[in-house]
Design a protein around this ligand. Sequence first.
Ligand code: NAP
Length: 259
Amino acid sequence: MKIVVIGGTGLIGSKLVKELREHGHEAVAAAPNTGVNSVTGEGLAEALKGASVVVDVTNSPSWDDAAVLKFFETSTRNLLASEAAAGVGHHVALSVVGTERLLESGFFRAKLAQENIINASSIPYTIVRATQFFEFVKPIADYSTEGNKVRLPPALFQPMAADDVAAAVARIATNSPVNGTVEIGGPDKFRLDELVRRDLAARHDPREVISDPQARYYGIQVSERALVPDDDAQLGKVHFEDWLKQSTKQAAKPALQSA
Ligand SMILES: NC(=O)c1ccc[n+]([C@@H]2O[C@H](COP(=O)([O-])OP(=O)(O)OC[C@H]3O[C@@H](n4cnc5c(N)ncnc54)[C@H](OP(=O)(O)O)[C@@H]3O)[C@@H](O)[C@H]2O)c1
């Protein structure tokens, strides 16, 4: 099958393209630096010629409220219009578990707008809602840092490896559209504050994590279960501790090599 991955050069996109090719598919990595821009429409018609499936794993370059909304609305409308013209039979988009519980943030309002446009379109689709990627744990700490302290709520948290996200999206993209939403998550549940504490400790990061039920997650007040998927979510295989060991080993390599 020809499968076009919009955002195919990003964290998930590049892993997804690799995974699809390993399974014998013709996977095209589409992004501005490969000549395909879903916001301006540049290169879309050409890239989508003969495609059976389009997977949207783009992200907005700006997370400013107005910019992120404009990005996901414009990009999604352009993609769906080009897919209709090219006769694409399955639109797959990556979204976030709990989006409707996180609408205090402009980013999640934009993701919900993206989902609503897909829902209302005539193209058969599957929306894949993933939990936070392991790679995103440190940025969460950075966002919540004041001085030497990281203040976070003890909300339940079930993050997953980017490799597992890519594997799940590849599987879903090569199956029939469900015309609805599928949730994916990590194999284990944690408390957000505790997991960030473990991540920073493993990286010898001296910041102190303070557990505070009133603290916000990315500026959003979250309930205990806001970030975790339902019980029927498809779960990944990679455990956080194993990923963390690998990730800290890799981070240490350049230092050892230059020593
Ligand atoms: N972070 C998380 O924990 C998390 C959790 C669940 C779901 N998600 C969702 O997962 C998706 C992918 O995340 P990611 O971390 O893989 O993103 P990423 O690494 O930032 O990659 C984004 C991709 O989008 C491309 N892109 C940007 N503007 C574009 C445009 N106008 N036209 C075509 N492509 C464009 C980028 O290309 P260039 O590099 O050339 O700009 C890049 O290939 C996002 O929609 C996000 O909401 C994230």
